[in-house]
Design a protein. Structure first.
Length: 145
């Protein structure tokens, strides 16, 4: 089964003073405003590519971890995942440098060590992590509630 997902962005003006919008084509992702300021200054009510990447990574990782725990006969009752994408200027270029995943798991019958191992494996196997591999340093902090 092949899945293709579409998002669309429209940008108006130059980089610094310009602005744009992004939305998911079928409408599940509502139209949100994007700007350079949202990337490098206070975010306010606008989003950035880094926030969207973090959202994609958090949701993908939570699914991968849920699947891994289920295969180990420890299905979670809840996984709370936060992803933080860091956007930084390296030399003359801007780059997404790190993705920090933090997960708090509500998983009956599992040890902290088993949970941490499952989280590490899920991070390595998550398709978004795979897309970032070799370009962005990914860290995982996993703990049980």
């Amino acid at each position: 089964m092949t899945a293709r997902r579409t998002a669309q962005a429209v940008w108006e003006g130059d980089l610094i003073k310009g602005h744009g919008t992004v939305h998911g084509a079928p409408g599940a992702l509502p139209t949100v405003n994007v700007s350079w300021a949202a990337r490098t200054e206070q975010q306010g009510t606008q989003t950035s590519p880094e926030e969207l990447l973090a959202a994609a990574h958090a949701s993908c990782f939570s699914m991968a971890l849920s699947a891994a725990l289920g295969r180990q006969q420890h299905p979670p009752t809840k996984l709370e995942v936060t992803a933080v994408a860091t956007f930084d200027k390296i030399g003359e270029a801007w780059k997404i440098t790190t993705e920090e995943l933090t997960v708090v798991g509500h998983v009956p019958g599992i040890t902290p060590e088993q949970f941490q191992a499952a989280a590490k494996g899920a991070s390595e196997g998550c398709p978004v992590s795979q897309a970032l591999k070799g370009n962005v340093a990914i860290s995982v902090n996993a703990r049980l509630a």
